[in-house]
Design a protein around this ligand. Structure first.
Ligand SMILES: Nc1ncnc2c1ncn2[C@@H]1O[C@H](COP(=O)(O)OP(=O)(O)OP(=O)(O)O)[C@@H](O)[C@H]1O
Ligand SMILES: [Mg+2]
Length: 245
């Protein structure tokens, strides 16, 4: 007798055959992506390949012309971004997205949401300040008075305070000093250890492959690689061809 096949669990978030355009420009071409609960996906690819567009499509900022986005198996294509966010997706966009004219304390206060019923004890302002002690020292400063690294930390802290099921980080370390990048990567590892699903875009191969369960590479809006970090780092040709390293 054959062993019964395990039914694969429904992914937390799934993109199915997504085609996204900006006007006449066809950017995503049949992109499919699955993120399981608790899984970390590293989304990679050179400039302009469609990484940010894929994220914007998943969170409802751009509507795909074909394909579907599903959250826990339910079709959420075309829902407004706030409704998608409310299901438990937090998005830290490229270039952050904090309130420049509000203080750090105010930025944190308006982001806080209680953890959903049945979820693990959530992120509180006290807990995010523990992992970002620099923010604790700057509570009265305006968002625009922070350094780039501090702004990024504030953006991540705000995302965590919404107590999401999935956090999406687009180029969270870009343009930051190496020491600050290291701090951000440590935080990403910590977020991972809490079991929060993570979708992160970054161009630093070593850092992404160290933290991700799977790597997805986009070339001109198509998925050309979706496999484990080991499979990627074992193939120098692949690294060179698709990521230019
Ligand atoms: N709002 C827009 N209107 C028109 N074209 C756009 C828009 N945003 C992006 N594009 C184009 O879509 C393509 C994909 O861009 P996207 O920002 O998704 O790439 P990316 O992989 O995130 O790049 P990067 O690594 O530089 O952030 C590029 O050719 C870009 O010029
Ligand atoms: Mg981008």
């Amino acid at each position: 007798m054959k062993a019964p096949q395990a039914t694969p669990p429904v992914p937390l978030l799934e993109g199915r055959g997504l085609d996204t355009y900006y006007g006449q420009s066809h950017v995503l071409r049949g992109v499919s992506l699955r993120i399981a609960a608790g899984e970390a996906i590293g989304l990679m690819g050179r400039n302009g390949m469609g990484k940010t567009t894929l994220i914007r499509t998943l969170v409802g900022l751009v509507r795909p012309r074909a394909g579907a986005v599903l959250f826990e198996g339910e079709d959420i294509t075309g829902l407004p971004t706030f409704a998608i966010a409310r299901r438990g997706i937090a998005y830290v966009p490229e270039g952050r997205g904090i309130f420049a004219s509000l203080s750090v304390a105010e930025n944190l206060a308006i982001a806080a949401r209680p953890a959903q019923a049945g979820a693990a004890p959530g992120w509180s302002v006290a807990r995010v300040l523990e992992i970002f002690p620099r923010l604790a020292d700057r509570l009265g400063h305006r968002g625009d008075a922070l350094s780039g690294g501090e702004q990024q930390m504030l953006a991540i802290a705000r995302a965590l305070l919404s107590n999401p099921r999935l956090i999406i980080l687009d180029e969270a370390t870009e343009g930051l000093a190496p020491i600050v990048r290291d701090e951000i990567w440590k935080t990403v590892a910590l977020i991972r250890s809490t079991g929060m699903a993570t979708l992160l875009v970054d161009k630093t191969v070593a850092a992404v492959t160290a933290v991700a369960d799977r790597i997805v590479i986009l070339v001109k809006g198509e998925v050309v690689f979706a496999d484990t970090p080991d499979r990627l780092t074992a193939d120098p040709q692949l690294l060179h061809r698709h990521l230019g390293v």
